[in-house]
Design a protein around this ligand. Structure first.
Ligand code: PGA
Length: 258
């Protein structure tokens, strides 16, 4: 069964709720003008928590085919966890996706593979789809041990999940040296690691799980490089940061235009 590509815009800590409304509307209009087929390529925006309610209202009011989600979530259901947001709060807002284990969460908030795996499980239990991030730093890439490193992250993140859960999840390979740097991995670099991840999922679970799981590439994806990246057999979409903040540019990425 063919995997439906997923283009997701990770807005990070950008845009307030008014700017969010503007961007989602512009994106929807632009994609409509271009006759975008959302069943052929899924589109999601991942705004800051404070924008989600606004995005939900717009998507519901205009029945927009754009999906949305959150950039992180707590492993707790409720209680004395100041600053945290639960999966229950996100499902109430109609979220489809939750990014877990982004390298910025790992770097600035000390998130480990084990915690990321727990978050992914929590997201799945709530009926949403985790976008589980992995990727190596520059020193690891230079040492040539990047595939081994990423597979170590995959083993640890997927340890508590069933084959059925992994099959409906998304994994995002984002080499840290390519994030926000303009230093995009070559399509071959992306394929090398995404292919290795799929192979590992096959070994950890089974062939049908490996065929089903969607694997995105992320790191300086732009309209000018997306086509070659998407042409790789094991790349099923992109997790886009900076370039997802402009409706025109993100629409071009979604439709793989130059
Ligand atoms: P970038 O970010 O596209 O700005 O490099 C990607 C990401 O961190 O998800």
């Amino acid at each position: 069964m063919a995997r439906t590509p997923l283009m997701a815009g990770n807005w990070k800590m950008n845009l307030d709720h008014l700017e969010a409304a503007h961007l989602v509307q512009s994106l929807a209009w632009t994609l409509k003008d271009q006759g975008h087929d959302y069943s052929a390529v899924e589109v999601a925006v991942i705004p800051p928590f404070t924008d989600i309610r606004t995005v939900q209202s717009l998507v519901d009011a205009d029945s927009l085919p754009i999906k949305y989600g959150a950039q992180d979530v707590s492993i707790h259901d409720e209680g004395a966890y100041t600053g945290e947001i639960s999966t229950g709060m996100l499902t109430k807002l109609g979220c489809t996706f939750v990014i877990v284990g982004h390298s910025e969460r790992r770097q600035y908030h000390g998130e480990t593979n084990e915690l990321v795996g727990q978050k992914a499980k929590k997201v799945l239990d709530a009926g949403m789809t985790p976008i589980m991030c992995c990727g190596e730093a520059l020193e690891i890439r230079k040492a040539g041990t990047h595939v081994q490193f990423v597979l170590g992250q995959i083993d640890a993140m997927l340890a508590g999940l069933s084959a059925a859960e992994v099959a409906k999840s998304v994994i995002a390979y984002e080499p840290i040296w390519a994030i926000g740097t303009g230093e995009v991995a070559t399509p071959q670099d992306a394929q090398e690691v995404c292919g290795a991840i799929r192979k590992r999922v096959g070994e950890l679970f089974d062939a049908s799980t490996a065929q089903a799981v969607r694997i995105q590439y992320g790191g300086s994806v732009k309209s000018k490089n997306v086509r070659e990246i998407m042409a790789q057999p094991d790349v099923d979409g992109a997790l886009v940061g900076g370039a997802s903040l402009k409706a025109d540019e993100f629409a071009k990425i979604v439709t793989y235009q130059k």
